[in-house]
Design a protein around this ligand. Structure first.
Ligand code: GLU
Length: 294
């Protein structure tokens, strides 16, 4: 029976997939399968400096080899910058974005000078330097060709969803989560929604696309658990639907360390070349090989 469940796997083609990716993709695929729903693959390749077409092709090859299939066409984020620009415009029109000209160095210096670095979920929180620039200075620096990112004015954004606090989202394991302005302001501050070198950001694109593609259940690694609070705010600002979430733990190596491309995780294609079967990969990932196509 066809159900309304839509899941997705959204890898970034910055290297070859390893066992941890197989596990993540397997969970997404299984959840769709078990619900009689749909499974999508999305290529998150907005970071043109790190993503490479050969890695995108390798994702297709490796996941096919594992026996997974997905709906075509596959959405590749790098082909949809106009979509993300339209969303940014909507925030711009409400005065919720501002250009930030700071370099990483300047931000670090600013934080050092302040003597303390409020620590957020993604490292030090931006001190807000460029939020205070006058309209004239902004215009002048943009006209002079200075590179800038677009930051969300978090406090202003929170006021835009006034009266609806706390926002809620649901994680299958952790249960109902409440999002408050304090958590967003202290945990994220004025996040970058469009980078200097890329006119979009992970947070914007992932939330946009999950809404556009009608994803009802987001399965992903627990490293993104806190990011979901921010995604929930974006959903509220844009009026996008709120999917259910299932953040899963990471596969660990025998020393208890998280599997990572550069360190301890053999690439799926190397396993394949060494004669390892897809069934053995699923087994190693702790998923039942019998649940997957042969
Ligand atoms: N593209 C992200 C990654 O490869 C995953 C995004 C997500 O599942 O929300 O880490």
């Amino acid at each position: 029976m066809q159900s309304d469940t839509v899941t997705r796997c959204a890898p970034s083609p910055t290297g070859y997939l390893h066992l941890g990716h197989a596990y993540a993709a397997g969970i997404g695929w299984l959840r769709a399968q078990q619900a009689g729903g749909r499974f999508l693959l999305r290529i998150e390749d907005i970071d043109v400096t790190r993503c490479r077409p050969e890695f995108t092709q390798a994702i297709f090859d490796d996941l096919h080899w594992l026996g997974l299939s997905w709906e075509e066409p596959v959405r590749r984020q790098s082909q949809h910058f106009a979509d993300y620009a339209r969303s940014l415009d909507r925030l711009q029109q409400r005065g919720l974005l501002y250009p930030c000209f700071c370099t990483r160095k300047q931000i670090q210096a600013e934080i050092a000078a302040a003597g303390h670095a409020p620590h957020g979920f993604e490292g030090a929180v931006y001190p807000g330097t460029c939020r205070h620039l006058s309209a004239g200075e902004r215009e002048q620096r943009i006209a002079a060709g200075e590179a800038y990112a677009l930051r969300l004015d978090m406090a202003a954004a929170c006021q835009h969803v006034d009266g609806r606090w706390p926002l809620h989202w649901h994680d299958e394991q952790a249960g109902l989560q409440a999002v408050t302005p304090d958590l967003l302001i202290q945990g994220f501050g004025d996040v970058v929604l469009a980078r200097k070198e890329t006119p979009a950001s992970y947070h914007l694109c992932v939330t946009h696309d999950d809404a556009l593609q009608g994803i009802t259940l987001v399965t992903r690694g627990s490293d993104l658990f806190m990011a979901t609070h921010l995604h929930r705010l974006l959903q509220a600002l844009f009026g996008w639907p709120v999917p259910a979430y299932a953040h899963h733990p990471f596969l660990l190596d025998e020393t208890g360390e998280r599997l990572a491309k550069r360190k301890n995780a053999p690439a799926l294609r190397d396993l394949r070349a060494a004669g390892v079967t897809p069934a053995a990969v699923w087994q190693q990932a702790g998923l039942d090989p019998a649940a997957f196509p042969k």
